[in-house]
Design a binder for this molecule. Structure first.
Ligand code: ADP
Length: 401
């Protein structure tokens, strides 16, 4: 069975074609700057890479171009688009309606639309992607895999904010959590590595990429997570601030420079903060590592790295306390999978809690699966490359096979 996975952003379309159930990647690619000048498509088949610089004025043209690449005699892997049996779509927000992947019907479409208010930058392009795929592949089942779904098991005490209860009832203000596909995939993978049924594993999962989030997983289910009502909450990220005192916002608004500039403050918190905001150098952890090595321990790059690790450690402690028993702490995402120094720092001085990093194993493990804890560590420390697209393909296959 051939499954196409589509992740449609406001100006990009990521895709990956799978042969299931083997989860073999047949082809993949990315259409960038859709609707903007300089649009292009990068298509990959095995080790071959094809770059097409051409006008992609909208998502409809983008999807058609992707399907024509998949079936082209020079670049393709299919003889006809009819070989595609199902399409899995990444959808950012499913609100409180969905705790699992769903076959897309009118009800699901309506829900995604209703949640656009909660995720105005993400749900509308997700909907466009679904509609364009439906038009291009009539009759092919479509599945929505929601970023929020895995966190729908949070207990009320964890997902409510201590605002007046009406804020929840009237405006749906609560913690939703994001990166759910990544935390769900890692939970399944960690259970397999630990040799335990999924419903018996307790984990602290740390997705550290450009966007960062952590989850506390009890019995295979998310019971708390760092992102909140939006993906701005929780950890310090590449350009996002994460948790700050909410009173900072009205305080800034009271200053002449920021009077009535809500959009600017929003941009500051989302695009100009985090690693970039503190270092003034880059949002990229590799650049900060290089700059800190060059500029020394008093540099702002070093400070940004220290703050990043401090905040991860803060939540590791919090989630260990919430879970009581922890089988493993898991690292994934670009920084989690590759950043040995960051991993070591996040878990430093935790011997008393049964967390011991094996320095050598940690140093040598980059970008692949492994255990970096010492033999004496009570809690395993796992590095697991995340595979959100593969997880979406699996969910789609399971619903459509
Ligand atoms: P996204 O959230 O956009 O998918 P990624 O998961 O690819 O991002 O993570 C990007 C981050 O991973 C960047 O900060 C990058 O510097 C970091 N990263 C990648 N490789 C390394 C490395 N070898 N050491 C430290 N950080 C790394």
């Amino acid at each position: 069975m051939i499954v196409l996975v589509v992740n449609c952003g406001s100006s990009s379309i990521k895709y990956q074609l799978y042969e299931m159930p083997e989860k073999k990647v047949m082809a993949k690619g990315l259409a960038e700057k859709v609707g903007e000048s300089g649009s292009m498509l990068t298509h990959r088949r095995g080790d071959e890479k094809f770059e097409l610089t051409q006008n992609i004025p909208n998502h409809k043209v983008g999807i058609e171009l992707i399907l024509s690449c998949l079936t082209s005699p020079e670049m393709g892997v299919l003889s006809n688009v009819k070989e595609i049996s199902a399409v899995g779509h990444r959808v950012v927000h499913g609100g409180e309606s969905y705790s699992d992947a769903m076959r897309i019907d009118q009800d699901v479409m309506t829900c995604i639309e209703e949640c656009s208010d909660l995720a105005p930058l993400h749900n509308p392009p997700n909907l466009i992607g679904i509609n364009e795929c439906r038009a291009a592949l009539p009759g092919v089942p479509m599945v929505a895999v929601f970023d929020t779904a895995f966190h729908q098991t949070l207990p009320r005490a964890a997902y409510l904010y201590p605002l007046p209860y009406e804020a929840y009832e009237k405006y749906r203000i609560r913690k939703y959590g994001f990166h759910g596909t990544s935390h769900a995939y890692i939970t399944h993978r960690a259970a397999a590595i630990l040799g335990k049924p999924v419903d018996q594993v307790n984990l602290v999962t740390c997705h550290l990429g450009n966007g960062c989030s952590m989850a506390a997983v009890r019995g295979g289910k998310s019971v708390d997570t760092t992102m909140g009502f939006t993906p701005l909450a929780g950890l310090m990220m590449g350009t996002r601030c994460g948790d700050i005192d909410p009173a900072i916002i009205p305080y800034l608004l009271s200053k002449p420079e920021y009077a009535n500039k809500v959009a600017e403050i929003d941009k500051m918190m989302n695009k100009k903060s985090g690693l970039l905001g503190i270092s003034g150098v880059s949002n990229d952890m590799r650049d900060l590592g290089d700059d800190a090595a060059k500029s020394g321990p008093d540099s702002r790059s070093k400070l940004a790295i220290d703050m990043f690790c401090y905040r991860v450690k803060h939540y590791v402690g919090a989630y260990m306390a919430i879970l009581g028993r922890v089988d493993a702490i898991c690292f994934m995402g670009g920084i989690g999978e590759n950043g040995a120094d960051v991993r070591a720092e996040c878990l430093s001085n935790m011997e008393n809690f049964g967390v011991l990093v094996d320095t050598e194993k940690n140093k040598t493990l980059r970008g692949k699966e492994g255990d970096i804890s010492t033999d004496g560590s009570k809690i395993k420390i796992l590095v697991i490359p995340t595979d959100e697209e593969g997880f979406i393909a699996e969910e789609t296959y399971n619903l459509c096979k």
